[in-house]
Design a protein around this ligand. Structure first.
Ligand code: FAD
Ligand code: MLT
Ligand code: ZN
Length: 491
């Protein structure tokens, strides 16, 4: 749906002229200036196909210097800009709201260095996450970040959204593992903060401003990140629980009994699992696969938990996992389960979990909420939402339970304003009342720029707006996103 009905294009922004195009062609060459309709249609449309801009221009710089020249020029001409990485963002942040110039970082995809003692990787921001994972794997290291969109998302996009993902529980957030950044500011200044030090307390640690600022404060062009060593023993199990209380007890047990080897604790409810079965069924029909991938052929369960351990000793890790599973079964915390016997089975378990967002997309319209909520209360919201919506929609819940992050999705045959009015503002008010966050990891983007007050105080939002005005006085970087646009138009 067009955003034009909700927000107005800022009248002080210029539109592209033929002189502008000549300037860009001069600095980037013909190849770096993209105007063909098919490509523009793709880069104007977000992954969810919910947000669509009308940009007539995408620029593809290859160096920070080129990004600097682009921004300096756009700033002087008051041309608005959307930084774009892999365009897998889920909140409408990566596509233009109107006709902003798209600055794609995709061609800046070189790996610069890996220090094999410290594990510090330095690379350009357009490196695709999966390529970094594969590169590191070959060198005996792992990326401290993994997510379902790894095949397309870029490290610069990950940093800019402060992506959480599947192993935050083990490796912490990017605020911990990113050691340095190179960022280009709106006026073209290249900020070299590309430190490769674990410890550096010289003044304000400004890189943190750009981690999670969704392209609203600068364009990230290089990243330095601490990567842990690859460990040899990985176990994955997929377990079923009869109720949500058992999932919580299992989480506590996993933390206690698996301790340092626990590397993921994900959950999905039966609504999410149904989607998986549906997708498998469709795949089976389409591709004539042999048998639906079903880890629990005998019965259906209310909740499912995926647990992964990563350690350095197969026998020690397996002993710990077996003791944990035995104890959990004896205490009736799990009602069924499988332990992956090899890497193929382990990837099948991950495939189920990571495939849910795509399965939702295939099922029709989806209203997506990404919430941090104290874990004891988390599933109450899902149940209340189910009662509110009745048979009009399917409420599907999954997420990073180990991090207190719920992905609440409402799946409908098609988008319907009546259903939306049943969901919002209820979902935001409920989250706020329970001291949660309306964005655990996806960011605010266009979808939630006007909702920030549900989680942040007015004083905090005002300071954020002041910082934005300081770094980007003309407001050219990703306008209308992250913060309420009214803060930048009213005096
Ligand atoms: P884009 O979508 O291109 O951009 C995202 C935002 O960052 C935009 O505001 C954009 O302007 C800005 N941006 C991009 N690159 C730069 C740059 N170089 N400099 C400055 N700003 C930039 N997120 C999670 O946190 N955890 C998950 O588990 C997770 N799983 C996902 C699974 C799927 C299937 C999908 C489709 C998305 C998922 N996401 C998840 C959401 C998404 O945030 C991440 O996919 C990813 O971090 C976005 O990276 P990207 O390169 O695609 O960025
Ligand atoms: C996930 O954990 O699968 C992602 O954050 C995407 C989503 O929420 O759909
Ligand atoms: Zn997620």
């Amino acid at each position: 749906a067009s955003q034009a009905s909700i927000i107005q294009r800022r009248p002080d922004f210029s539109t592209i002229s033929s002189e502008d195009l000549s300037y860009f062609k001069n600095i980037l060459g013909e190849r770096g200036v993209v105007q063909d309709e098919e490509t523009l249609d793709a880069v104007n449309t977000d992954w969810m196909r919910k947000y669509k801009g009308t940009s007539k221009l995408m620029l593809q710089p290859r160096t920070a210097e080129e990004v600097s020249q682009i921004l300096k020029y756009c700033n002087s001409r008051c041309l608005a800009v959307v930084p774009q990485g892999g365009n897998t963002g889920l909140v409408g942040g990566s596509v233009p709201a109107f006709d902003e110039v798209i600055v794609s970082i995709s061609h800046m995809n070189k790996i610069i260095s890996l220090d094999k003692v410290s594990g510090i990787l330095v690379c350009e921001a357009g490196c695709i996450l999966e390529n970094l994972i594969a590169f590191l794997d070959n060198q005996g290291f792992v990326m401290p970040l993994d997510l379902g969109a790894k095949g397309s998302c870029q490290i610069g996009g990950n940093v800019s959204t402060n992506a959480g993902g599947l192993r935050l529980l083990r490796y912490g957030s990017l605020h911990g593992s990113v050691l340095g950044l190179e960022v280009v500011l709106a006026n073209g200044t290249v900020l070299d903060m590309l430190g490769t030090l674990r410890k550096d307390n010289t003044g304000y640690d400004l890189k943190h401003l750009f981690i999670g600022s969704e392209g609203s404060l600068g364009i990230v062009t290089k990243v330095s990140i601490l990567t842990p060593p690859k460990l040899s023993s990985v176990n994955v199990c997929f377990l079923a629980c009869k109720d949500y209380a058992s999932c919580l007890k299992l989480l506590l047990e996993a933390k206690r009994k698996l301790g340092e080897i626990l590397s993921a604790f994900e959950f999905l409810d039966h609504g999410a699992m149904d989607l998986h079965y549906l997708l498998c069924y469709v795949e089976q029909v389409l591709k004539h696969l042999e048998g639906v991938r079903n880890p629990f052929p005998s019965s259906m369960h209310n909740f499912y938990v995926l647990i992964e351990t990563t350690g350095s000793s197969e026998s020690y890790d397996r002993e710990k996992l077996d003791a944990f599973l035995l104890h959990s079964m004896e205490n009736d915390l799990i009602s069924d389960g499988v332990v992956a016997q090899d890497i193929t089975q382990a990837s099948s378990c991950w495939h189920i979990r990571e495939g849910i967002p795509e399965a939702l997309m295939k099922a029709g319209g989806v209203y997506k909420y990404d919430l941090s909520i104290p874990v004891e209360k988390m599933y109450d919201l899902v149940e209340e939402m189910g009662v509110r919506l009745g048979a009009s929609a399917k409420v599907v819940a999954y997420g990073h339970l180990g991090d207190g992050n719920l992905h609440l999705n409402i799946s409908t045959p098609q988008y319907d304003d009546n259903i939306l009015s049943q969901i919002e503002p209820f979902v935001y008010e409920w989250t706020s009342k329970h001291k949660g966050s309306i964005s655990a990891e996806h960011g605010l983007g266009l979808m939630k720029a006007n909702k920030i007050h549900y989680t942040k105080s007015p004083e905090t939002v005002q300071l954020m707006a002041n910082i934005k005005k300081l770094l980007d006085p003309n407001g050219i970087l990703n306008p209308y996103k992250v913060l309420p646009p009214s803060l930048f138009t009213e005096s």
